[in-house]
Write a protein that binds this ligand. Structure first.
Ligand code: GCO
Ligand code: MG
Length: 415
């Protein structure tokens, strides 16, 4: 069997997605992967089209690990987010082909089911605590047992993650949480007046408000989004202990792995980290020193299933569980891959999910099924997602950027 064509699609059904389709010389046998990197979609598409695709023609798509090594090490330059997202797109498409060829869903190729479904979480947010509460109750009604909660930061304009339940639908998610979409020139939206002191004051109060109204049974947690210094993160983790968070997500910037020691020494709040990592090597110190409880890389940004299963295997003996990133700004094939891996590994923790819009489902048919708080992988051979090329063509790329955060004095901060 040989790869005959590698095709790349950039489409914007409410927000931009990059998809890769690998065709083979077996009639009708192809695989579809996702290679979406929010705000840098065209760079990934170019890496795929201009540099990677020509290298793959004529290769045997069954040799996933070899192709992975060839693209990762063979290119000499190591990969940052653009390269590793492109590699993930290829990797997912190859696993899709392998599954279709075997007539088996990908979770089966990974060793078979370890669980029926993957415990899932979605996002509740709002300007006021009452809105966060309302949004969290709506998710609980829909069956969610784990809910991420975000609220506005006093005096800040446009705090990350406060679009509320509506964010679950990609239409508003696209504009409100994951970036701004438009056809004009550069138009990043700005979160201004963001001050750590205001943030640190409000978050414990939000949890107090929610625990009083929602009780102890529902699992709640919060995404810091890499915005704190080590000692600020340690203080927050410590102050949140009475509210028994499921975990505190991404408290520190990804560059400062050693700083997790400080957070760990001060608090028993479980810690999750990883959506800005690009490979297993970045995960190592946090896992082997047991500085985190959940590793939450993005399967679509670390080179796909091939790297994810290695990260899970490294984490297992250290009792670190997985919580793969699953936002609206990665495509359905990555969400499908998440759930296949979740249901095959022993050390799965929780899975982030969003509800995609009708337009996204039209372009990318097939998705894991959500029932009563759990996600179930497709039983179809392969990943169980596809691309409708005619539908994709109806939604051309729209220039878009992630928002930018600025402190009250005008200086740049992490979003
Ligand atoms: C999450 C993430 C996302 C990111 C987004 C950036 O936990 O879901 O933090 O919301 O901000 O993926 O493009
Ligand atoms: Mg996050």
């Amino acid at each position: 069997m040989k790869i005959t064509k590698v095709r790349v699609f950039v489409t914007c059904p409410t927000r931009n997605y990059v998809a890769v389709k690998i065709e083979t010389d077996e009639p009708g046998l192809y695989g579809v992967g996702d290679a979406t990197l929010n705000g840098r979609e065209l760079a990934v598409a170019s890496a795929l089209q201009d540099h990677i695709a020509p290298l793959l023609i004529g290769r045997d798509p069954d040799r996933i690990e070899d192709i992975w090594q060839y693209l990762f090490r063979g290119s000499y330059w190591r990969g940052g987010p653009i390269q590793m997202t492109a590699l993930a797109g290829i990797d997912l498409a190859l696993w899709d082909i392998k599954g279709k060829r075997a007539g088996l869903p990908v979770y089966s190729l990974l060793g078979g089911r370890t669980r029926d479904g993957a415990l899932a979480y979605s996002h509740a947010g709002g300007g006021e605590f009452s809105e966060v509460h309302e949004s969290a109750c709506a998710l609980r009604e829909r069956g969610f047992k784990v809910i991420r909660v975000q609220c506005a930061v006093p005096h800040a304009i446009g705090t990350y993650g406060v679009g509320g339940a509506a964010e679950a639908a990609s239409a508003t998610w696209g504009a409100g949480l994951g970036g701004s979409v438009g056809d004009g020139g550069p138009m990043p939206s700005v979160e201004a007046n963001w001050e750590p002191a205001n943030y640190l004051r409000v978050i414990p109060k939000m949890f107090d408000y929610l625990r009083q109204r929602m009780g102890d049974e529902i699992e709640l947690f919060h995404d810091v989004h890499e915005r704190l210094s080590p000692i600020q993160a340690a203080r927050l983790a410590k102050e949140l202990e009475p509210y028994r968070l499921f975990f505190l997500e991404d408290p520190l910037r990804p560059e400062h792995k050693e700083s997790f020691r400080l957070v760990r020494h001060h608090s028993t709040t479980p810690i999750a980290m990883g959506e800005l990592f690009h490979n297993k090597y970045e995960c190592l110190p946090l896992i082997t020193e047991q500085l985190i409880d959940y590793i939450r890389c993005d399967i679509g940004h670390i080179g796909g299933i091939t790297e994810a299963r290695k990260i899970a295997a490294i984490a297992e003996p250290y009792q670190v569980l997985t919580a793969w990133h699953g936002p609206g700004d990665v495509g359905p094939a990555t969400h499908a891959a998440n759930v296949h891996v979740d249901c095959a590994i022993p050390n799965f923790g929780v899975q982030e999910m969003v509800q995609f819009s009708e337009a996204v489902h039209e372009v990318f048919p097939g998705a894991p099924e959500f029932r009563d708080g759990y996600l179930f992988p497709s039983e179809k051979p392969g990943l169980g997602t596809d691309i409708n090329e005619a539908a994709a063509a109806k939604y051309p790329y729209q220039r878009s950027y992630l928002p930018t955060v600025r402190r009250a004095d005008g200086s740049v901060h992490d979003w």
